[in-house]
Design a protein around this ligand. Sequence first.
Ligand code: BMA
Length: 314
Amino acid sequence: MAGRRNPIINRWKGNPILTKNDVPYPVETVHNAAVVKHDDVYIMLFRSHRRNGRSIIGIAESTDGFAFRVRPEPFITPAAAEPFAACEEYGVEDPRICKLDDEYLVTYSAYSRQGVRIVLGHSHDFREFERITVITQADSRNAVIFPDRFAGRYARLDRPHSDILPWSIWVSYSPDLIHWGDSRPLIAPCPYHWDEMKVGPGATPIRTHKGWLSIFHGVFKTMDGAVYRLGVALHALDDPSEVLGVADNWILQPEDPWEVTGYVHNVVFCCGAVEEDDGTVKIYWGGADTVMCVGTAYLNELIDMCLSNPRPTL
Ligand code: BMA
């Protein structure tokens, strides 16, 4: 296939890297995982469907970023105690991890009869986890917190939804991680384009010499259902609300059999990427909401795609 001769993302030959068969408790899927390096160990927080159709978040570890071992117990299951129990009764999904100072901030989608909202929690070593607060109203998903402060404030991207401005990427700021505001839309779906139905933040943004690189997902509606692909955007280093460029072309689309067919067909969905010392980035994605995959890209190539051939932002 033409796209495979010169791929932007070089798929790991051992994909898929994690499936339900690797999980020592009963689950039907392993997907949409956040990954971070903690003390030279790659930590993966992954989503799994239980057989009641609701999701939990498991944890796996690796020394090379490719071979992961799953811990015996899940890392986050729906809260039993209020105020979080009411927000999580339908499950917890799609985590993201942000290393800030000496702790790891974890955000995830919490589903309940309230709709979908974002919960923020933290951990120091991935042995313990503590919820902090719910940081959005419904309907919002896919919150990624920047691993830096901007004029003293924290910043996040997320993906609220309304009929008038559907499924778009917004920025918000906070003095304390708890109270968020100064929100505005940054990137909307682009008509008659691979991301014309939805866009949403993917991996925690990566600091580069040219700006914050953000890997996002875009959705295209076809007569055969929706197709989830990955794209890249670049935000100014001193203020993420300045979008320097959104690449016109996608960087990854469903092609491998486990991306094309599964729990939900034709999905590649990213919640995490790890920058390496050699100018590459390991990008992790869920295939067809069923398995976890990884591939490698050059940061410079991703940056260049944003700057040399951008598409409109809003
Ligand atoms: C989105 C979310 C993701 C999922 C994707 C494809 O709306 O639910 O978690 O990977 O759909 O099913």
